[in-house]
Write a protein that binds this ligand. Structure first.
Ligand SMILES: [Zn+2]
Ligand SMILES: [Zn+2]
Length: 356
């Protein structure tokens, strides 16, 4: 149930009764420049102008995204050091795990259980990846499974261009707001709504922390040969941009390049290289076939580092009840997945819609 209410003196903004977040389908009046600038800090203050093309790039989103990419070029001036590169790699892995293990397998698919504090900590670590809050991320991802490679899929490379599936869908107006109706189970937590609303806060603190780390190492461990700017470029800019495109490759490449093992109704693929880059998400055809499992590499040789990490967290008591792959799933493989009719054969699908 939704009601039309206001956000302070900012103007009319239909809000959701249960969460206080802007309603995704809200029809709103034209936004002001002040509101769009405020929206960099308070995502709920943003109003989408219904009179403009909703799929066109939203420049207030494209500019910071482009600046982050361009800041990688500062490496020409700041150079490199072993410690800066090591921090970049390590921070990539930690954040990729938070995205794949928690933004994806936990918040989107509820593939295991955890406590509220652990849920919050990994929501924050995922926020460091600058891919917005967990509610926004998971609410759109659930639609991806609901409408996989159909017209309403938010980032299908089958329905749209490679550019759209990779990055276009993120920087347009159409997908700006969190789809609260898709994520009510987690939207009831005020701390998660806070991260969703002020989704730039964690990234800014992350950048400040990385600059501070570089400064501290320059002062207290000068033999390491790094400094604030170098750590900012490697630990934040380069690491984050590579993390972006690793994550985005699942939406674009993993629906285009790879092997189909299961006759899902979409065009998802299993791709070994992508599974290494994304710590296990490259087994995307497996995942579309049975999406509620904590494990995406179904066979022993399908390397799934996120799953191994989740098993470790389970061993030390931070998570529990990892949902397994049912034995029947292993017998549902099709012998010739690229045979005519194997793809998009609606009569032979096993979409698992109810299994999220
Ligand atoms: Zn997919
Ligand atoms: Zn998924």
């Amino acid at each position: 149930m939704k009601r039309a209410t206001t956000v302070g003196e900012l103007g009319e903004q239909p809000l959701d009764d249960a969460t206080g977040a802007p309603a995704a389908s809200a029809a709103v009046p034209a936004p002001s420049l002040a509101r769009n600038l405020l929206g960099w800090f308070d995502s709920w203050a943003v109003q989408i102008d219904p009179t403009v093309d909703q799929r066109a790039p939203d420049w207030s989103r494209v500019v910071p995204f482009a600046i982050l990419h361009l800041s990688c070029l500062l490496v020409i001036w700041v150079g490199w050091s072993p410690v800066a590169v090591a921090v970049a790699v390590g921070f990539y892995l930690v954040r990729m795990f938070a995205i794949t293990g928690f933004y994806h397998r936990y918040f989107s698919h509820r593939a295991f259980k955890t406590s509220r504090p652990v849920q919050f900590v990994f929501a924050c670590i995922g926020g460091m990846a600058v891919q917005r809050g967990p509610l926004w991320w998971a609410s759109h991802h659930r639609d991806h499974h609901r409408y996989s490679d159909e017209e309403r899929d938010v980032h299908s490379p089958v329905q749209n261009s490679f550019y759209w599936s990779h990055v276009g869908w993120i920087v347009c107006r159409e997908n700006y707001h969190t789809k609260i109706d898709n994520i009510r189970d987690f939207a009831r937590f005020p701390e998660l709504r806070f991260l969703d609303r002020f989704d730039v806060l964690v990234p800014l603190l992350t950048l400040a922390g990385m600059l501070g780390l570089g400064w501290a190492l320059e002062v207290f461990a000068p033999s390491l040969g790094t400094n604030a700017m170098q750590m900012g470029v490697w630990g934040f800019s380069i690491s984050t941009v590579v993390l972006y495109h690793g994550t985005f490759s699942i939406n674009s490449l993993a629906h285009r390049i790879g092997k189909r093992v299961f006759p899902t109704a979409d065009d998802s693929r299993n791709n070994f290289l992508l599974s290494l880059i994304t710590l296990g998400e490259g087994w995307h055809n497996n995942h579309h076939h049975y999406q509620s499992s904590a494990r995406q590499g179904f066979r022993w040789w399908e390397i799934d580092i996120t799953y191994y990490g989740l098993c470790l967290l389970e061993r030390i008591g931070l998570v529990s009840d990892l949902r397994p792959v049912p034995a029947r799933v292993a017998t549902e493989r099709i012998s010739d997945p690229d045979a005519p009719g194997a793809r998009f054969d609606k009569s032979a699908v096993t979409r698992g819609r109810a299994a999220r």
